[in-house]
Design a protein. Structure first.
Length: 71
């Protein structure tokens, strides 16, 4: 599970959070899922834009993503 957190804190993980947020928002407001799903979509979207990972504290990591240039 530590690999998952490391991935989610990376640039590709950030892009995935943004994409997931956009998909949930679209599905919720324009698809069949409903407004609640659309509103939930703002959580991963904000997480990707602001660069934080909600799962990281569960594994002893900081909530903020990796700074640019760190490996």
């Amino acid at each position: 599970m530590d690999g998952f957190v490391a991935f989610m804190r990376s640039a590709p993980g950030r892009a995935l959070r943004i994409a997931l947020g956009i998909v949930l928002i679209w599905w919720g407001f324009f698809g069949d899922a409903g407004v609640i799903v659309g509103l939930i979509g703002f959580v991963p979207l904000a997480a990707g834009i602001i660069n934080f990972c909600l799962f990281a504290p569960l594994f002893g990591r900081t909530i903020w993503g990796k700074p640019r240039g760190s490996h």
